[in-house]
Ligand binder design. Structure first.
Ligand code: LAC
Length: 226
């Protein structure tokens, strides 16, 4: 835990960590929302990993659209207008309720904050603005600058370069267990935001800490309420 307290910057994953990716389907679909959201997310991540392994990078906007196309086909939903509306909503995601206060407390404590995400720069800027988080973040870092998706080590190295900090001086926070493992493997001080009480990943290098909510992050960083 001491390494986390000594961190000079806190870098967040975006989708599922700060930005609520369940919101578009909840708003636009009824009883099928959860199943569709889960398949959409699963295919989005699979396609990102597969494209990275295949050496066929395309930006996350395209990967997200192709994954949605698959998920709608799997659910036998033929509705181009719905697909358009879901993708538009993905650019306008709300923040999770626990995000704004955690970011404010970290900033008030003098640490820098950033996002490091698969999202393309355009997607990230749009979603962070709609979630009203733009003023709480010092940097938005996109994998587009390295042309490969997480968990490639090049992605995490980008955060060290841009923040000009050694990996262990960066606290990396992700709600994705596999992303937490990827960052920990690169030497970051990692906090896994385990929102749904999932089992530990069976991957090399465990995160330094686990929390159920971003509300627990300031205390982990040694920030105490005045
Ligand atoms: C991201 C995805 C992995 O924001 O959640 O990078």
């Amino acid at each position: 835990m001491r390494a986390i307290q000594r961190c000079a910057a806190v870098v967040f994953d975006a989708y599922g960590t700060l930005l609520d990716i369940g919101a578009p389907t909840q708003a636009l679909l009824n009883e099928r929302a959860d199943a569709l959201a889960q398949l959409w997310r699963r295919k989005q991540l699979e396609y990102s990993w597969l494209r990275s392994l295949m050496g066929r990078h395309a930006d996350f906007e395209r990967v997200t659209a192709e994954a949605l196309d698959y998920a709608l086909a799997a659910h036998a939903i033929e509705d181009p207008r719905l697909a358009e509306r879901l993708l538009a909503a993905y650019r306008n995601l709300p923040a999770y309720a626990d995000a704004p206060a955690a970011l404010a407390a970290i900033r008030a404590n003098g640490r820098r904050t950033a996002i490091l995400s698969n999202g393309s720069p355009g997607m990230l800027a749009a979603a962070v603005a709609s979630a009203d988080l733009a003023d709480s973040l010092d940097m938005l870092l996109s994998v587009e600058d390295v042309g490969v998706f997480k968990p490639h080590p090049k992605v995490y190295a980008l955060a060290s370069q841009r923040l000009d900090l050694a990996a262990e001086k960066i606290c990396f926070v992700s709600a994705n267990g596999w992303d937490a493992a990827g960052a920990a493997a690169c030497g970051f001080s990692v906090v896994w935001l385990n929102r749904r009480s999932e089992p530990d990943e069976r991957l090399p290098v465990r995160p330094a800490a686990q929390i159920p909510s971003l509300g627990d992050l300031p205390a982990l960083l040694g920030i105490h309420h005045e």
